[in-house]
Design a binder for this molecule. Sequence first.
Ligand code: FES
Length: 150
Amino acid sequence: MTSFLLPPSQDPIRPAAAAGIRIAVDGRAVDGIAGQTIAGVLLGSGTLAWRTTSKNARPRGVFCGIGVCYDCLVEVNGQRDVRACQRRAADGDAVVTQYDELPAASPAMPATSATPAMPATPAMPSTAATPATSAASAMPTSSGAGDDRA
Ligand code: FES
């Protein structure tokens, strides 16, 4: 019995004794009760952190507790990246804590001068050559030369 559990005689919701389960966490046997998540079993055993960050190896355990933050990732029965706060523990589960190295730095980016030049923007036609201006200059003159409307 841990300090996190009420004795069955004092628990109004579950007055009967709960079934016990045992999981292995990095080879260490940890006892819990049926229905607990893996995070619940770990917290119940007094383990507050079971993962370290890739950068600076900072300890992580449960942060949100609702499957949003991914701080509680563990490997369960060979499957990686299981959220301990979302996975119900089963008797005999083999849990392995995770630590992932950051990926290697990518090769240096080419210098900006080595990047291909953008194609030149095509020149815009001058305003004198716009269709409206051209049409105005093509209007028939008052001399009537070339006027075939009559
Ligand atoms: S504690 Fe946040 S995802 Fe599990």
